[in-house]
Ligand binder design. Structure first.
Ligand code: RAM
Length: 552
């Protein structure tokens, strides 16, 4: 009897301790959030006014079929009747993020009514050229920056949300027969947490790479707000995969390492304490909160960002404090999702305790099979975890990693390397894709020689799934550099990011498929696309870190 009682109580304490198993304590997480708060950046502001009146005109050669051409005299705005002119499109001369306001002034008799304006902002000319309706997008209609603005007797209107734009269209839709007016002021108070760029390119750097570097920096600058945002127009939040690439680009340009630190601590502070997993993204306002979705590849990228941060700063305290969080992601993937053959065989695996789990890698133009990519990625991350742990004196935690990496690589090679055709094939349909090939190369599933053949072959394969985003394209370049295809890497950067520059990009875009400019993963509704997007800012990283490839 006594024994049964003892057993029951032991069982009870075991189940309760499992139910309350915690990877991180509440105190730990609030301390991490406190540290994130300590690194909150000061936003620098600059004041801008429109520099040119433009007309948005159709042009089959322009990006998405629209371009902005100079028209009118900007000074008329401040002296001539806008009641008569009715509509204007203004160009601020550059892509900006911040607070916009305008003020009108009476010309002639006093203002005697509330005036109504329709205002629409655009990051690119096509934002103002394409029709909004019918709205068929899969994200909120609220992301579009079109407004009805009522201006009362004080003549002032301030937009109550942050604006991201280069162009502003104003239409007067409600005016009074008794009064007339023009503009007194139109102001864009731009904000960023980026300071001055520390980039110094060699004198011999070709102009196209200088331009690409400049646009990269502008992109990153626009996304550097209170956190590294993915897109200051949309989604205005920290996404872990974007963060990894932004942190790389930041190390090559602004070197605002406290912002990287802030983001790492925010992610850790808001992670799931019960299973130790990191959520894929978080929103900063009104108080930091995570969207409870789990992206396997994004969670693993935490280690990469932490390692890069440590390399750049030598901040061992942060490295040591966040190492268990980084390592937990690897442990969870190994424990949950790797099968007995050392394959990540089920990319639809749902991690317990998470609202949605997915393997991302790209928003590709056709459904992407992520098996090969995931296999290479895991090997790569574990290898980096191994060297990182050694650097910070935690090698005991990763003793098994080198042997595991070997097994993952061997299994990946066996499953995904088509030795006959010298290509990487992924999934049951043996899909060929740029993303799968890039990660098989970076993750060392195949040799350097094979890597070169695989990349050359996938690029020649008309049926292969191409990247939909500069995010996925980044890793293609990384793969090329990894296996000595420097000339190809240079050419690709020049054509791809340079292609956006030639199409007039001030900041790099969320999606760019050269022969499919209208691509959008938001149900094909391109107006939801972001045109200053975090994951596109990385050429600056390549240009600075590979001077022999890009600076001569
Ligand atoms: C979109 C954004 C973001 C990206 C996610 C996965 O919402 O483009 O940058 O990280 O997808």
């Amino acid at each position: 009897m006594l024994n049964i009682k003892y057993l029951l109580s032991a069982l009870f304490s075991l189940t309760t301790s499992l139910a309350f198993a915690q990877y991180y304590t509440a105190e730990q997480q609030s301390e991490w959030l406190r540290k994130a708060e300590e690194c909150k950046p000061y936003l620098k502001t600059t004041i801008h006014h429109p520099v040119q009146e433009v007309a948005i005109v159709k042009d089959g050669n322009a990006f998405q079929g629209f371009k902005a051409v100079k028209s009118g005299n900007i000074n008329d705005l401040y002296v001539s009747s806008f009641k008569e002119k009715k509509t204007v499109v203004l160009d601020f001369g550059q892509h900006l993020v911040g607070k916009v306001s305008f003020k009108i002034k009476d010309i002639g008799s006093m203002q005697d009514a509330v005036l109504r304006f329709k205002v629409m902002f655009g990051e690119v000319p096509s934002d103002l050229g394409l029709p909004i309706e019918p709205f068929t997008g899969s994200l909120s209609r609220g992301w579009l920056q079109d407004f009805v603005c009522d201006v009362s007797y004080d003549g002032i209107f301030t937009f109550n949300r942050r604006i991201t734009a280069r162009y502003m269209k104003i239409e007067a839709v409600g005016t009074s027969i008794y009064s007339d007016f023009c503009f007194d002021n139109i102001t864009f108070e731009a904000t960023t947490s980026a300071g001055d760029s520390k980039t110094n390119l060699a004198a011999a750097t070709p102009q196209i790479f200088r331009d690409i570097a400049r646009v990269s920096e502008n992109t990153l600058k626009g996304c550097m707000q209170g956190v590294f945002e993915d897109g200051p127009k949309r989604d205005q939040r920290l996404w872990m995969g974007d963060l990894y690439l932004q942190a790389l680009a930041n190390s090559a340009s602004f070197k605002e390492y406290n912002l990287t630190k802030r983001c790492l601590y925010l992610l850790a502070g808001l992670s799931n304490p019960q299973n130790g997993l990191l959520y894929s993204n978080l929103v900063e306002y009104p108080t930091p909160h995570a969207q409870k979705t789990f992206f396997v590849d994004y969670a693993l990228s935490f280690l990469l960002t932490l390692d890069d941060y440590y390399e750049a700063t030598g901040d061992k305290e942060t490295a040591l404090e966040l190492w268990p969080v980084a390592n937990r992601q690897i442990q969870a993937v190994l424990g949950e999702a790797i099968d007995k053959n050392w394959l990540y065989s089920n990319t639809n695996y749902q991690f317990p305790g998470m609202m949605i789990s997915m393997v991302f890698f790209d928003w590709a133009p056709s459904p992407l099979d992520t098996h090969a990519a995931m296999q290479g990625y895991l090997a790569y991350v574990m290898n980096r975890a191994n060297t990182f742990a050694e650097k910070i004196g935690r090698s005991d935690d990763v003793k098994t990693y080198p042997a595991t990496v070997k097994k993952i690589r061997a299994a990946g090679r066996k499953e995904y390397w088509d030795a006959k055709n010298k290509t990487i094939v992924s999934g049951k349909d043996r899909q060929s894709s740029y993303a799968g090939t890039s990660w098989a190369v970076i993750g060392g599933l195949i040799s350097t020689d094979e890597a070169r053949q695989a990349i050359t072959n996938v690029m020649a394969d008309k049926k292969a799934i191409t990247p939909g985003t500069p995010y996925s394209t980044h890793f293609l370049i990384e793969a090329m550099l990894h296996c000595g295809m420097e000339r190809d890497a240079r050419r690709y950067v020049e054509n791809y990011w340079g292609g956006m520059v030639r199409l007039g990009a001030d900041t790099f875009w969320e999606y760019y498929i050269p022969d499919n400019q209208m691509f959008s993963s938001y149900n094909g509704y391109t107006l939801l696309n972001s045109y200053c997007h975090a994951w596109s800012c990385t050429p600056i990283y390549f240009i600075v870190n590979y001077p022999n490839v890009f600076q001569k």
